[in-house]
Write a protein that binds this ligand. Structure first.
Ligand SMILES: [Zn+2]
Length: 226
C-alpha cells in the first residue's frame, strides 16, 4: 500500500527513504558515517514509469517533466556509471529548476556512489563538477568541503590555492586545523577519504573544541559533539 505518487507522472511509488542516524563521524566532505553511510543507494528513488529520480518522488514538481523527457536525461542511462545514475538524474532535475546548491549535493552523492563502485576516474570527474558549482563560495562549511572535494578530485594545485584563500579569509582554530590537515594530504598527493575526526587536534590540546563554544559554526560544533 504505497501512499506516494510520482509528482511527474502520478504513478504509485515508494515513499522517501529515511536513513538511520549516523553514529560514526562523517568524512571531510560530510558523507555521513555508518550506519547511514552504507544506505547511500537507497537515498534517491527512481519512478518505474517515467524515470524521474529524487529522494522524494512525490515532491518533484510537474514542471520537471520537460527535463525528465529530454534527450540529455534519457542519454544518461547509457553514458554514466549505473551506480551513479539516480543521483545524476536528480542533479539534472535540480539543475532544471536552477537549484545549484542541490545539484552540487546530488553530484557529490554520485561521486560517493562512484567511490563505492571503485570507479576512481568517474568519482574525480563528478567531484570536479561539484568544485565548479561551489567555486567562490563564502560559506565556511562549504568552503572546507570544497577543499576536500578538490583534493579528492586530484586537483592538487587548485586545492592548495583554495586552502590559501580560506586561510586568508581568517579561519578560526577549528577551520585552521582542517585546512592544515588537508595541506599535508595535498602535499602527499593523497586522494583518499578521511574522517573529520582525524583532522582535529586531540581535545586535551584544544579544550575549546571539546566545549564546542568557539567552533566555526553551530554546524561544526554539532559534529564535534558526536
Ligand atoms: Zn513518474
Amino acid at each position: 500500500m504505497s501512499a506516494a505518487q510520482c509528482g511527474v507522472c502520478g504513478t504509485a511509488v515508494r515513499s522517501a527513504f529515511r536513513a538511520p542516524q549516523p553514529e560514526i563521524a562523517p568524512d571531510l566532505d560530510m558523507r555521513p558515517g555508518e550506519p547511514a553511510r552504507s544506505t547511500l543507494r537507497d537515498w534517491v528513488l527512481v519512478c518505474p514509469n517515467c524515470g524521474a529520480a529524487a529522494p522524494d518522488l512525490a515532491a518533484v514538481p510537474p514542471s520537471a517533466r520537460p527535463v525528465v523527457e529530454s534527450d540529455e536525461y534519457r542519454m544518461l542511462s547509457t553514458s554514466v556509471l549505473e551506480e551513479t545514475l539516480p543521483f545524476r538524474r536528480w542533479a539534472l532535475i535540480l539543475a532544471g529548476s536552477r537549484d545549484r546548491a542541490g545539484q552540487a549535493e546530488a553530484l557529490l552523492q554520485a561521486a560517493w556512489a562512484a567511490d563505492d563502485a571503485a570507479a576512481m576516474a568517474e568519482a574525480a570527474r563528478l567531484r570536479t563538477e561539484v568544485a565548479t558549482l561551489w567555486d567562490g563560495t563564502d560559506d565556511v562549511e562549504l568552503g572546507l568541503r570544497r577543499l576536500d572535494v578538490l583534493r579528492r578530485a586530484g586537483l592538487f594545485e587548485a586545492a592548495e590555492a583554495w586552502a590559501t584563500v580560506l586561510t586568508e579569509r581568517g579561519a578560526d582554530e577549528l577551520g585552521r586545523s582542517i585546512i592544515g590537515f588537508q595541506r599535508v594530504r595535498i602535499a602527499a598527493r593523497d586522494i583518499g577519504r578521511h574522517l573529520i575526526s582525524s583532522a582535529l587536534p586531540p581535545p586535551a590540546y584544544a579544550p575549546h573544541v571539546s566545549h564546542g563554544k568557539r567552533a566555526t559554526t553551530g554546524f561544526w560544533s554539532r559534529l564535534l559533539r558526536k
